[in-house]
Design a protein around this ligand. Sequence first.
Ligand SMILES: NC(=O)c1ccc[n+]([C@@H]2O[C@H](COP(=O)([O-])OP(=O)(O)OC[C@H]3O[C@@H](n4cnc5c(N)ncnc54)[C@H](OP(=O)(O)O)[C@@H]3O)[C@@H](O)[C@H]2O)c1
Length: 294
Amino acid sequence: MRIVMTGATSGLGEETARRLLARDDVTLTIGSRSGAGDLPESDRLTVLPLDMARLADVETFCERVGEKEPIDALVLNAGLQLSKPATSPDGIELTFAVNHLAHFLMIEQLRGRLAEGARVVLTASGTHDPKEKAPVTPPDHANVDWLAYPDRDPQLPKGTRQRVMRAYSTSKLCNILTAHELARRHPEVATLAFDPGYVPGTGLAREYPRWLMAIVSRIIVHSMAKDRTSTVPVSGGYLAELAVDPRHADAAGEYWSVRGTDLLKVEPSTLARDDDAARKLWNDSAALLAALRT
Ligand SMILES: NC(=O)c1ccc[n+]([C@@H]2O[C@H](COP(=O)([O-])OP(=O)(O)OC[C@H]3O[C@@H](n4cnc5c(N)ncnc54)[C@H](OP(=O)(O)O)[C@@H]3O)[C@@H](O)[C@H]2O)c1
């Protein structure tokens, strides 16, 4: 089974990669800007350079991945959370560029290289849903133009923290809408969106001081449901399961969420279930990529 993965060098993705490598039937190709990280050496592990902030890098990665045998599972887990607004080398908002657009480009470029019965798993987040009451500004829309170029967004929050947090939650909304639309357009591909819950101790908040994260953790425990906090082994293990377990072979864009120690199929937010928003996000993302290539 050939698996291609992003975000395999840290946090829950590293745990997922370890679990996958522990299986004799898996060969794993990871895209990484930091080598193999702490993953164990294995002749079933291939590490290809990839900075997802650069679309040209993503294209080169896809070309190299596409040269080998068909892919059985695409695990799109890389993600970042900024502490202050930043722009990618291609001139678009960095969170949107890495968390959504780079993964969308990978799906576009690697879809023709998927094996029969292949699956695509996108790591999203409960922060996309205002009902979760996460201490993260929720999305207002999934407008590609406004997300890529936030200065054009008439609803752009004024405060820096609200702005970067909304960029994060919205990029995760985009992951769910992408899974939804991929399943509609290509029902032959098993597609899933994954919410790992709140997983403290990963590198996601690396730009924030520890004292602030300690406060945030306390707020999360009080504001969110008790079962929304998870651990790296639990959530990383479930992501590996979604990638390989035959029970998910017929997945059609569902959203799976870690609740306590369980993995449950749940409904995402109202906006994440909007067919028109999903179709528009897909079309406008493709148009943006075409415009950026010229
Ligand atoms: N932790 C949580 O509470 C939580 C909750 C909900 C959803 N999530 C999602 O879970 C996923 C994994 O996050 P995590 O918490 O495990 O964080 P993490 O430890 O920071 O892992 C993020 C991964 O993404 C990679 N990545 C980030 N920017 C990249 C870039 N420009 N190019 C290539 N790779 C890049 C990182 O690579 P490097 O090693 O090179 O930095 C790392 O492997 C993310 O999609 C995140 O949004 C996390």
